[in-house]
Design a protein around this ligand. Structure first.
Ligand code: PEP
Ligand code: MG
Length: 898
């Protein structure tokens, strides 16, 4: 089998369908070559080789691929007309990683590979630019040292040894910028860099280009198992078996003078979704200069440039002189780029994020990929492209990443509060959203406050974890394509970048704007849609959903066959969920209603009384309150089914554990404090989640079930009188045997009949059960003989199938995930392999007895896309999830069908 695939002209081996083998980048480079986009030639070493490397080690793998790699290098040499390692006409290459999906900043890159003391002279002559040759050489040693030889500092306290050398030289020469180095300076740097390598590693810097190449290839493979890559994989649930491919490609140079440059562009606006080609570039620069944010990048289009100048308060004369757009500065290159961006978006049928370089007036496209975007951009682009006729309805739906819809539902700043707010500075609107939080200056301290804003001069891949934790990100440097901006948009996190007015001092942990000093812990707010940085906190309100959002939802409902209900315990939640399109309630946890101040008292009296009479008295107080709650919920869900679950949690959760409250309770109940205390002690359990809870309560205290059944039926009858249709489905929790269900069902039906008689009226209702104990799933055929519906409680089912306490698993699950013992948290993503079997078996067995048995899920998994797909495949009638996840589940339910 082939382990190396070449690209760069029509003779390309791979194509875009081979992402698993060639990685996203490699597959795209091949595809681009094939459709006539000018891509610097190169080759891809497959992801399978990465896996082989992990199993067999370096020597075995190199042995396997040497002949193929040598041939592939020869192919590049033929296309470029230069030779790898040649002193007169050298070919230099880049080496990059490329996994199946893009992992921003995760994997390392080495540029200018192939240089040594002799080759650099050749490059100087060939390019006619000695400064450029030596600058490339010193960059190469620095990158190679950092990435391949492991000299990059691990922590923020350490300084990059190469940066240290450069700073020292700048100091000595009394200069500020890299561009001020003379050729001799660069030569000195190269000498000192090599010296630093020797000191640190004990070995000379490798001079043989082939040794350099193999070192870099292995470093890419190693970086797949680096900490950051593992963190990113875990965050996204990507398995470690995927591996990464390695792309080796001819170097082209954006830093060969004023007729060269480099940039990044997007075929549409990644923040808003607007159909506007946009991006940034720099003249006489290499790729990392644009992303690093050390120079102010210029806009690609004139429109973009004018918008930028307005935000940055740059006068038109200044703009034209110092920051002209590519469109204005190099119209023919711009036109060519514009053609390619159109061609690439049409070809991939999705918004593209491209990197390009101009070398001496020739345009090369280095990379294209489906661009990361915010949730609202995702929705707008899908609908726009559908309307343009570029994609089908199914393709539009499949382009939605369900979890990202969450971003659209989150609060935005209240316009009234915004008017009164104090804007202290302005940056670029890098990623929309509203964030209020306390300032932190270091990514690893992001969790110091409940809501934090990460304030940095610029961010780097090491900051990823902290960026994920922070509510918002603010940087002083960097444009719309800086690391912070791109990563934040991918995370859907509010980000303001390039706010040049901020003076950040990491040492003192201060942020100074306009003479005002902010300290760590001070509150600020960011408006990611305008770039405004605001003093203090700003109030937020619920967002208004866009027309495109509604259109996506409509489309989802057109394809989805499985319904989406919500878990809601109050009329308010029910209304929110209904506005998001919930088709009923799959779980009302009645216990939540008992926690309100006036109710908890009656509840406690009920729990603490020793006699049936005493309990009934207390329950009589609770009845009207419960009835009222149910009326509210039924009304909010008029015409739709509402599943109400009987009391579930262990009783001790309701009693007071604070002495003062215990005293109050004793006084009110006219019993001694000692009596209260001893009753509370009696309720203590070693394993409350496996203890006196669920239907066990209703079995030991039937009067509780009686009261709840009465409240539900009376509420439904009251609504009927008002002409509103209620469809209650009464659900018994935590049964493990048929007999448990039967005992509760009898109380419910007897009570309902009694109420019907009293009121001389009836309503339709169902009595069903949760399946959340493994034994219930195993005996589902028996239970279905009586139960009218099943709802899988996958929270408890996961707890009991794994034997992990829901309340304590947080102590060890992170370690399990870090060590790869579990891929994801099973309380978040349904474990299809194990717990899923119980769900499948329960459904199948239940339907063997009752073929039309209604089956749903109401555990947290009901709103998690991969679990929703599983539920669909299992044949469920509905999933039920929290109100804010309803839109996510609707799209996931539709995608499951497609
Ligand atoms: C469950 O166990 O999955 C469930 C929905 O019930 P609760 O989370 O209330 O135990
Ligand atoms: Mg449960």
């Amino acid at each position: 089998k082939a382990r190396v695939y070449k690209f760069g002209d029509k003779n390309t081996d791979g194509n875009s369908t081979m992402k698993n083998l060639l990685g996203g980048k490699g597959a795209n480079l091949a595809e681009m070559s094939a459709i006539g986009i000018p891509v610097p030639p190169g080759f891809t070493i497959t992801t399978e080789v990465c896996t082989e490397y992990n199993l067999l080690g370096k020597d075995a793998v190199v042995g396997m691929i040497v002949p193929e790699v040598e041939k592939a290098i020869e192919n590049i040499e033929n296309i470029m007309g230069s030779k790898f390692g040649d002193k007169e006409n050298p070919l230099l290459v880049s080496v990059r990683s490329g996994a199946r999906v893009s992992m921003p900043g995760m994997m390392d890159t080495v540029l200018n590979l192939g240089l040594n003391d002799e080759v650099v002279e050749g490059l100087a002559i060939k390019s006619g630019n000695e400064r450029f040759a030596w600058d490339s050489y010193r960059r190469f040693i620095q990158m190679y040292g950092d990435v391949v030889l492991g000299m990059k500092p691990e922590s923020k306290e350490d300084i990059d040894p190469f940066e240290e050398i450069m700073e020292a030289l700048k100091h000595k020469r009394d200069i500020e910028l890299d561009t001020e180095f003379t050729i001799q300076d660069l030569k000195d740097l190269v000498y000192d860099f090599k010296d630093a390598v020797k000191k640190r590693t004990g070995h000379d810097f490798p001079t043989n280009p082939w040794d350099q190449l193999w070192g870099a290839v292995m470093a890419v493979f190693n970086s797949w198992n680096g900490d950051r890559a593992i963190y990113y994989r875990n965050m996204n649930g990507y398995p470690s078996e995927w591996g990464t491919a390695v792309n080796v490609q001819a170097m082209v140079y954006g830093n060969m003078g004023d007729n060269s440059g480099t940039g990044v562009c997007f075929t549409r606006d990644a923040g808003t979704g607007e159909n506007l080609f946009n991006g940034e570039y720099l003249i006489n620069a290499q790729g990392e200069d644009v992303v690093a944010g050390t120079r102010t990048p210029q806009q690609i289009t004139k429109v973009g440039s004018l918008r930028w100048a307005e935000l940055a308060k740059v006068e038109e004369d200044d703009r034209l002189a110092n920051y002209p757009s590519l469109e204005e500065l190099m119209p023919s290159i711009y036109n060519e780029l514009n053609d390619y961006q159109q061609k690439l978006e049409d070809h991939y049928k999705d918004m593209q994020d491209m990197e390009f370089t101009m070398q001496d007036g020739k345009l090369w496209i280095l990379q294209t990929r489906n661009g990361k975007r915010t949730g609202s951009a995702m929705v707008k682009i899908a609908i726009d492209k559908l309307k343009e006729g570029a994609i089908t309805e199914k393709e539009a739906l499949l382009s939605i990443e369900p979890n990202k819809l969450d971003e659209l539902l989150h609060p935005v700043f209240d316009p009234k509060a915004l008017k009164k707010s104090n804007v202290i500075a302005q940056g670029l609107p890098a990623s929309p959203g509203a964030a209020t939080g306390q300032i932190v200056f270091f990514a690893d301290e992001a969790s110091k406050y409940k809501t934090s804003i990460l304030v940095r001069i610029e961010t780097s891949p090491e900051d990823l974890e902290g960026m994920n934790i922070a509510k918002g990100i603010l940087t002083a440097r960097g444009g719309m394509t800086s690391h912070a901006a791109v990563v934040a948009r991918g995370m859907g996190k509010c980000c303001v970048s390039g706010a040049g007015a901020l003076k950040i001092n990491y040492k003192n942990r201060t942020l100074t704007v306009d003479g005002h000093e902010y300290h760590e812990g001070d509150w600020i707010s960011l408006n990611g849609s305008t770039g405004n940085i605001i003093d203090g906190k700003v109030a937020t309100i619920e967002p208004e959903l866009s027309g495109e959002f509604a259109e996506i939802m409509e489309l989802a409902d057109k394809f989805a066959t499985m319904k989406v209900r919500t878990n809601a315990d109050s009329p308010k939640d029910a209304k929110v969920a209904r506005s998001f399109g919930a088709q009923g309630i799959g779980l009302t946890r009645t216990e939540h209603m008992f926690f309100e101040v006036d109710r908890i008292k009656a509840m406690r009296e009920m729990i603490l009384s020793d006699t049936v009479k005493g309990r009934k008295q207390a329950l009589d107080q609770l009845l009207p309150m419960q009835r009222e709650d149910f009326e509210g919920i039924f009304e909010a869900m008029a015409g739709l089914p509402v599943t109400v679950r009987l009391l579930d949690p262990p009783l001790h959760e309701f009693v007071p554990h604070v002495l003062a409250t215990q005293k109050d309770l004793a006084e009110e109940m006219h019993i001694s404090l000692e009596a209260v205390k001893s009753k509370i002690a009696e309720l203590e359990e070693f394993n409350p989640m496996l203890g006196h809870r669920g239907c066990r309560l209703g079995i030991t205290y039937p009067e509780i079930t009686e009261m709840q059944a009465r409240a539900i039926i009376e509420a439904a009858l009251n609504l009927k009188e008002r002409g509103i249709e209620a469809k209650p489905e009464i659900m018994v929790p935590l049964i493990g045997t048929l007999a448990e269900f039967e005992s509760q069902e009898k109380i419910i039906r007897d009570t309902a009949n009694k109420v019907f008689e009293e009121r001389n009226d009836t309503i339709e209702y169902l009595v069903g059960t949760m399946i959340e104990i493994p034994r219930a799933a195993l005996t589902a055929d028996l239970i279905a003989a009586k139960a009218e519906f099943f709802s899988f409680g996958t929270n408890d089912l996961t707890q009991m199938a794994f034997g992990y306490s829901r309340d304590d698993a947080g102590k060890f699950l992170p370690v399990y995930i870090e060590k790869g013992i579990l891929k994801v948290d099973p309380f978040e993503v349904l474990d299809q392999e194990g717990v899923g079997q119980l769900v499948k078996m329960g459904t199948e067995k239940g339907r063997m007895t009752k073929p039309d048995l209604k089956v749903g899920i109401c555990g947290e998994h009901g709103g998690e896309p991969s679990s929703v797909e599983f539920c669909y495949n299992t044949g469920m009638n509905y999933v039920s999830c929290s109100p804010y996840r309803v839109p996510i589940a609707r799209v996931a339910s539709a995608q499951a069908v497609i």
